[in-house]
Ligand binder design. Structure first.
Ligand code: BTN
Length: 251
């Protein structure tokens, strides 16, 4: 029996579904009904798992973690990207805890092991005025899947990296623990540390690489992240701010 990691509020209520369109959609409905902070929705199967940029999140039924967490952070909309950072760092904490090396964050929040994608995050905020009222943090983490469809670009899983099957409950429990730890750190004023650690793990930081930017292939160097969450990239000695739709990574 694996050791349980004790959380204060994230995961106190866990709703387990056999199947659903998307755990993010389900959690959004719970938010409208007044779901408490820390409520988690997990599903074995999603028919319409949502990825970034309107893509579909593929995951073999029952093999991986596909879940959403409800948070009520009360941040300003202008500060929202810090949520992406803390969730990505929570995933990195989990991978370190499991002894996985060679981890990086591909902006905004794809988790890579070397050049292979292990996890993706989709955060959806409910905004009132300039405040974030509620957040649904959706995470897709490949755990025990070993065969992937050919149209996915270079995926991997914890099981493939560690050479063994893992208990999904154990992985979920630890991930919720590390996310909560990061969230509490942020609430206690640890934003500087979160910013530094995120940058420290950012794929391509200060390295010249090729990207497709605004439909043109360019050589650029990632210089950091604007407060808004936009990517700062130096191209021909000028730093430009790019949003998700404007930049494509190669490899
Ligand atoms: C990405 O494109 O990298 C983000 C993928 C996020 C997928 C997760 S799976 C659980 C949650 N529910 C969804 O519909 N999407 C997120």
């Amino acid at each position: 029996m694996e050791k349980m990691y004790k959380t204060l509020f994230i995961g106190n209520e866990i709703i387990r579904l056999v199947e659903v369109d998307s755990t993010n959609n389900y959690a959004q409905k719970l938010v409208l009904e007044g779901a408490i902070e820390g409520c988690v929705v997990v599903a074995d199967k999603q028919w319409e798992g949502k990825g970034q940029r309107g893509s579909f999140w593929e995951s073999e039924d029952g093999k991986n973690l596909t879940f959403s967490v409800v948070l009520r952070p009360n941040f300003l909309v202008s500060e929202q990207f810090v949520l992406n950072k803390l969730v990505a760092l929570g995933l990195l904490d989990l991978l370190a805890d499991l002894g996985i090396k060679g981890v990086s964050i591909k902006w905004p929040n794809d988790i890579y092991i070397r050049n292979k994608k292990m996890a993706g995050i989709l955060i959806e905020n409910t905004v009132r005025g300039n405040q974030i009222k509620c957040t649904v943090v959706g995470i897709g983490l490949n755990v025990n899947q070993v065969n992937f469809s050919s149209n996915l670009f270079n995926p991997t899983s914890l099981g493939l990296e560690l050479g063994k099957e893992l208990d999904l409950e154990m992985v979920l429990n630890r991930l919720l623990f590390f996310m909560e730890k990061r969230y509490l750190l942020l609430k206690l004023g640890g934003v500087g540390l979160i910013d530094r650690e995120y940058l420290g793990a950012l794929y391509g930081l200060n390295v010249m690489r090729r990207y497709r930017v605004r439909d043109e292939v360019v050589s650029g160097k990632i210089k950091g992240i604007a407060k808004s969450g936009k990517l700062l990239m130096e191209i021909k000695e000028v730093v430009v701010e790019l949003d998700l739709k404007e930049v494509v990574f190669f490899g």
